[in-house]
Design a protein around this ligand. Sequence first.
Ligand SMILES: Nc1ncnc2c1ncn2[C@@H]1O[C@H](COP(=O)(O)OP(=O)(O)OP(=O)(O)O)[C@@H](O)[C@H]1O
Ligand SMILES: [Mg+2]
Length: 434
Amino acid sequence: MKNHENDYQFNIDKYYKNYLKGSRIFNNRNALEASYIPKELPHRDIQIKEIAEKTACALLGDVPPSFLCYGMTGTGKTATIRYVSQKLAQQNSEFNPWWIYINCNVLSTPYRILAYIYNTISRKEKIPPTGLPKDVIFRKLLGLLDNRVGNSVCFLVLDEIDILVNKKGGNEILYDLTRLNENLDISKTSLIGISNKLKFRENLDPRVLSSLGEDHIVFPSYDASELRDILTERAKIVFQDEVLKEDVIPLCAALAAKEHGDARKALQLLRKAGEFAERTQNKNVTTQHIKNAQKDLENDHIVEFIKGMPLQAQLVLTSIYLISKFSSDHIIISGDVYDVHSEIRGLIPGIRQLTKRRVSDYINELSLAGIISAEVKSMGHYGRTKIIKLDIGRELVEKVLLEIDKIRNIMNHKPVFLQTDKVKLKNHIFKKLI
Ligand SMILES: Nc1ncnc2c1ncn2[C@@H]1O[C@H](COP(=O)(O)OP(=O)(O)OP(=O)(O)O)[C@@H](O)[C@H]1O
Ligand SMILES: [Mg+2]
């Protein structure tokens, strides 16, 4: 008997064989990893010079000033600091500086940050993950710094420092860190803060601001031509020779430049495009691959954005989705969305009824985010309403909403006004008799 399942079985051995036989796209894929530090950082000369000038005295065992680095996401802040720290370490100095790199997004509490600094320097004796009072850790840390770092400088890099500032106890620990030197006998520390939230300084304790925030280095966004240079240099390492078609890098750079000149975005596009080419066993990466990659990345962003919205906003979107699912040619007006929202929120325990005004606010927010379009139309003496359309694919919306626990179960709810056997009168639903 024929085994039907086998008809559809994916032949993994054959797939791998073909993969190995196929043409190569990548030469060194690892050079696209976030941890990779390029040998050169085009268009960051000014920032590298400024940081070099500020940090150079550490080579003589003197205390460099603490400072902040600002710039939008993907402007090379982290890469530049890592690059400079590497260069500094390569100099033959009797005062070889220490670098402790802390990502405040990963180490999310003041306690964990202190424990991490201690444990990284100590290597042997560890601070437990919880339990010790802060002043005990500080005392231990002071002793350890003098002991291990000796008469050198220890740089403490606080990346994504804005996250720490907004945390409970964040300002206190920053204040304590800025004052370490006053209590150290031999060693010295220097703080470097990095942030892509330009406004976070408003939340800084004035005492911290005065020792950390006065000096700052700005990382401007890249323009398309700068991104082209960055991509060209990286592509030489990442791809096999002559794999990239001529227009690929300019297109990639132009797309990323539109998004506030984000080098990370540009590199992600290039990587995804390369993977598309590889998967379809193409010999070259083409502009079409870049366009597909852009679409894919946009979808990833939308998915993340929707998942991060408040539940009520997700329910407003669900209402729009349900109307368009059950009646794709129905012209959706804000009143319908309000009605369906009222129905579905009643299906989920603990969700409040919204006012028409709030629903309308959420509609505006969804429209600003580019998920829907909402056009205001005058309806004569019935007043004005919004005509609403989904601006992204319904399948994509469905995919995200199905991943949200509270919403998954209402995805098949047919709005009452689309149920032919029901009518709604003064907010009560009745079954039609005829
Ligand atoms: N001038 C440059 N030359 C080469 N590569 C760069 C340059 N600037 C940034 N990159 C690369 O772009 C990516 C993003 O850079 P980086 O992580 O330093 O950005 P960032 O400013 O720290 O962003 P965020 O604020 O989101 O943390 C990294 O892979 C980095 O190697
Ligand atoms: Mg960074």
